[in-house]
Design a protein. Structure first.
Length: 236
């Protein structure tokens, strides 16, 4: 009798399993169904929900989840960056990489973007653009930290100018910030219809668009210590 009851109970579980599975699929189906179309950024497409992006980045450490923004820790070309996703009405509309802090290797972001995307559609005064029907891509790097020491000499090509590669001034160390952004073309076109488009952008979207940049800080190393100022001191 005990054996019969055990088999009967097991049979009931088997009968109920398809019901549970069908309910689970009905609930998770939209998240599990993959499109045959290529992704727009990493493993995401425009219009994805925050939950779907979290699933796509499940292997990454979440740094920030606040309002319409998701930020993850990441390394790109061996430098620390943040992966940023921004949303409106829980629909993904912009994403990209921004430097975590000023670093010497941030110019490699530009190099990597060209290697992956080819020649840009347009070269701007600050950065480069790639365009297609669905996505606008922006890449840029800029000097944001300058360290200056009391070096007695400076570099000059002299009689070897024709064979020496260009070098920075002796005692000067530049550190850079960089951005590599992907933007939904529909979102970008909507901005042209907004009276004050900056009001439509969140803080992280301003960083991705390159309209918000880190202030350049000059640090002078002297015998008396360090002096940091937000601009270069006048020479006279």
């Amino acid at each position: 009798m005990k054996a019969y009851n055990s088999l009967y109970g097991f049979g009931k579980i088997l009968l109920l399993m398809p019901v549970f599975l069908s309910l689970a699929c009905a609930k998770l189906g939209p998240m599990l169904v993959e499109s045959n179309e290529p992704y727009h950024f990493r493993e995401t497409r425009w219009g994805y929900t925050q939950e779907r992006v979290l699933l796509a980045e499940s292997g990454k450490r979440l740094f920030l989840r606040k309002g319409n923004t998701l930020v993850f820790n990441h390394h790109l070309v061996n430098i620390p960056v943040k992966i940023v996703y921004t949303f409106k009405d829980n629909r993904l509309r912009a994403a990209g990489y921004i430097t975590d802090q000023p670093v010497q290797g941030a110019k490699n972001i530009i190099k990597r973007s060209v290697e992956e995307l080819g020649e840009p559609t347009q070269v701007l005064n600050e950065g480069m653009l790639w365009l297609d029907d669905e996505t606008l891509i922006y890449s840029n790097a800029y000097v944001s930290r300058v360290g200056i020491s009391n070096a007695e000499y400076n570099f000059s090509g002299g009689i070897l100018s024709h064979i020496l590669e260009a070098r920075g001034a002796a005692g000067v160390i530049n550190r850079w910030d960089g951005v590599w952004a992907y933007v939904d073309q529909d979102f970008y076109k909507e901005l042209h219809e907004v009276y004050v488009p900056l009001d439509e952008l969140s803080f992280y979207e301003k960083l991705l668009f390159g309209v918000l940049k880190r202030n350049t800080i000059y640090t002078y190393v002297t015998g008396s210590g360090r002096l940091s100022v937000p601009r270069q001191l006048p020479t006279n």
